[in-house]
Design a protein around this ligand. Structure first.
Ligand code: IYR
Length: 222
């Protein structure tokens, strides 16, 4: 392939050290306010907000810039109901048979179960698909690289963008997720990565009293 023309970097924004630290602290504080929630309000959210958050996610660094993701944004109540039914069916099997004792024990403190009413309550379900390969305009396969890493980064950026905009999310991982291809009519080369539930928290939303590991436990400086 021909090399891309390279142009001078003009978008980089530098900050004096003091301001850099202030920004790092204030962003950390903002991220520390993010909580995964399981009780959503049905209050609608402007589609333009979601569109902007998706465009932010689409800036994620990724393998060879092949952008191996597909976001499917569902607000249609009928499709949401189908997704809820499909997810609850898989989750029932998970909680009743598939999950190991150890796994169920790890989940116990969260009180999660197979009931997923928020899949219908929340204004948006964003289903993120990873593209094992893409197709060129002639339908030829284009191999994608670092698909999990790329889609994982984009998903993290989407969660961050939605939080920054003032929305709450839940990363929902029904397993297996094949039923999502069927309901959403996605092709075989796309594998559902996760379901991101997005909206306002319900007024009576509660969150578990969990803590995040301190820096010494998650990082070493050599
Ligand atoms: N996918 C199931 C179970 C579940 C698993 C983990 I690991 C979680 O952190 C939370 C839930 C569900 O969505 O209930």
């Amino acid at each position: 392939m021909k090399p891309f023309p390279h142009v001078p970097l003009t978008t980089y924004q530098s900050y004096p050290p003091e301001e850099m630290l202030k920004r790092a602290v204030s962003f950390r504080e903002e991220m520390q306010r993010r909580r995964t929630i399981r009780q959503f309000s049905s209050q609608p959210v402007a589609r333009e907000v979601i569109e902007n958050c998706l465009l932010a996610a689409g800036t994620a660094p990724n393998g060879a810039n092949l952008q191996p993701w597909q976001f499917v944004v569902v607000s249609d109540p009928e499709i949401k109901a189908k997704i809820r039914a499909g997810a609850e069916e898989e989750e029932r099997a998970f909680y009743q048979n598939r999950a190991s004792e150890e796994w169920l024990k790890a989940l116990e403190p969260f009180g999660t179960d197979e009931n997923k009413p928020y899949l219908e309550t929340a204004p948006y379900l964003i289903i993120i698909f990873a593209k094992k390969h893409s197709l060129d305009p002639e339908g030829n396969k284009i191999k994608n690289y670092y698909v999990n890493e790329s889609v994982g980064i984009a998903t993290g950026m989407l969660i961050t963008a939605l939080h920054h905009a003032g929305l709450a999310t839940l990363t929902h991982t029904p397993s297996p997720m094949g039923f999502l291809n069927e309901i959403l009519g996605r092709p075989e080369n796309e594998r559902a990565f996760l379901v991101l539930v997005a909206g306002y928290p319900a007024e009576d939303a509660v969150v578990p009293t969990i803590t995040k590991k301190p820096l010494e436990e998650i990082a070493v400086f050599l």
